[in-house]
Design a protein around this ligand. Structure first.
Ligand code: AMP
Length: 286
């Protein structure tokens, strides 16, 4: 079957309904486009797991703050379509903002119903510097779930806080969808792939390499038996490039999302920085 690029919610619903009549399982990979090998790994996993695969490409305005990069976020639908076709994706769902949120609506919670994740999950890490981000992300994901009715949805561990919040939403809203986490895909030199890496100058990219190196150092020290997160943090900071602006480095239990004082198995070590003007996130799980 050739790939279809659909822009209308009703077209997607109709196609999925027909698939379900044939008892096909459906996998959804939600993205904002500018696809790279990280996205491709999610798509490959979806193809392995499900009979039919839908990739959504939507730069979701309600998860960006006014001062963020919504306008300049890379939009490369033609190239993305080619990659999805090569990977055997069945449908790309690429709606307009009006299709998703209704023409003329103010994109705020005075005009639209929003998902409100638990406060302790959004008042920390990326949620602190990006107020409203996770409400917006959870809202669009719930809408995509309702439009595509997937059996499985695939999310990268790269956005660990988002992954945790989506899993929680699925549980709290009793959704019949299996969330499949996928490991972080990195460049050969360790930099986690991100659509925002295209913003980096040569020098900023070079400096950003110290971000994954910091995390890898923490893993190395932990494997040597050091569990005190203060010692781990202090030692690792010697590696972070001086031109990198640190937003946070946090240790969280990836089961409960509670802060961790003594690192243990399944501890998420998450970092957010700025290299130049570009905000980057990365993490490892011990
Ligand atoms: P985005 O297009 O940035 O919203 O990302 C769409 C999905 O791809 C999310 O589930 C991300 O976590 C995932 N993703 C982004 N970068 C990577 C990466 N380097 N490795 C694995 N998954 C990723």
């Amino acid at each position: 079957m050739n790939i279809s690029v659909l822009n209308k919610i009703e077209e997607v619903k109709k196609t999925v309904k027909n698939w379900k009549k044939d008892n096909y399982t459906v996998g959804l990979v939600p993205t904002m486009g500018a696809l790279h090998k990280g996205h491709a790994s999610l798509i490959k996993k979806a193809k392995e797991t499900c009979d039919r695969t839908v990739v959504s490409i939507f730069v979701n305005p309600v998860q960006f703050s006014p001062n963020e990069d919504y306008d300049k976020y890379p939009r490369t639908l033609q190239k993305d379509t080619q990659l999805c076709e090569e990977l055997g994706v069945d449908i790309i769902f690429a709606p307009s903002v009006e299709e998703m949120y209704g023409a003329g609506n103010m994109l705020s919670n005075t005009a639209l119903t929003f998902v409100c994740p638990p406060y302790n999950l959004i008042d920390c890490m990326c949620g602190k510097s990006r107020p409203g981000h996770f409400d917006g992300a959870a809202t669009v994901v719930l809408k995509l779930f309702n439009i595509v009715s997937p059996d499985y949805a695939f999310f990268g561990q790269k956005d660990a806080q988002q992954l945790y919040i989506i899993k929680k939403m699925v549980k709290d809203f009793n959704l019949d969808i299996k969330i499949q986490p996928c490991p972080i895909v990195r460049e050969d030199d360790g930099l986690a792939l991100s659509s925002r890496n295209t913003y980096l100058s040569e020098q900023e990219r070079q400096n950003a390499l110290s971000v994954s190196q910091t995390l890898f150092k923490i893993r190395e020290l932990y494997n040597q038996g050091i569990t005190d997160t203060k010692i781990l943090t202090d030692s690792a900071f010697t590696i972070l490039n001086q031109n990198i602006e640190l937003e946070y480095l946090e240790f969280r239990d990836f089961d409960s999302f509670e802060k961790v004082i003594a690192a243990k198995s399944n501890t998420l070590v998450a970092i957010a920085v700025k290299s130049g003007k570009t905000r980057l996130i990365d993490n490892i799980i011990l």
